[in-house]
Design a binder for this molecule. Sequence first.
Ligand code: UGA
Ligand code: MN
Length: 244
Amino acid sequence: PPLYIITPTFRRAEQLAELTRLGYTLKHVVNLLWLVIEDANQTSPLVIHTLNRIGVPYEYFLAPMPEEYKKAKKTKPRGVSNRNRGLEYIRANATSGVFYFADDDNTYDISIFEQMRYTKKVSMWPVGLVTQFGVSSPIIREGKIKGFYDGWIGGRKFPVDMAGFAVSVKFLHERPNAKMPFKPGYEEDGFLKSLAPLNLTEIELLASNCTEILTWHTQTKKNANAAALNVSTYGDTNLVELNK
Ligand code: UGA
Ligand code: MN
């Protein structure tokens, strides 16, 4: 079955480095379409150049964050319009397979992609480096989900990280109203709730019954100087100028 990897991205100094690292990870995975969706009003020639250079089959779309949310200082719904655009593509173009929300800055062991490929409804697994707890994971007793371990439960039914679940395309098609809410902190929970009916007992457990960490919520240190200069740090026209 095909895999659809939905990756939100946005312009900042680290963007092309993130896409390059993720792209070469995805290059190890067969039968995969990479849906790269940028939070921007204009396409980026640098992103397109980078995606072509990596050589993973991809589609590139724009999905700007609505203005009303952009104004918020700390708690923006990051990547939500991007992911909903990805869902729209899948509804229009995919008939089978599995999709996964892969943020551009995380770290992924390629074995998780082969495991998630056979998801019937929704699959879950642990994510490392989430909050001070160090890991976010379903808690398993006798092969069944007994609860969730996460540094912030926040009254959520599904206190999981974006990198910790995958969904079958057929399951999505049977739920035409499923989408991600513009609700900071509740994006995963809101989306998974919108997939109702979905019982905890139906969730398929990967990574050896959630005993292994195969995905990490890594965060790249910001380079304030590069950000101030608005340099993209790869193939940017600034470098062309510099080398004249
Ligand atoms: C945390 C969670 O781990 C994510 O799963 C969740 O998507 C995110 O919060 C969220 O705020 O919803 P975090 O590392 O804090 O992740 O978020 P980022 O990595 O900064 O952003 C998540 C994704 O959205 C990234 O792929 C990023 O490229 C994209 N993004 C971020 C945008 O498209 N626009 C933005 O303005 C910021
Ligand atoms: Mn992140």
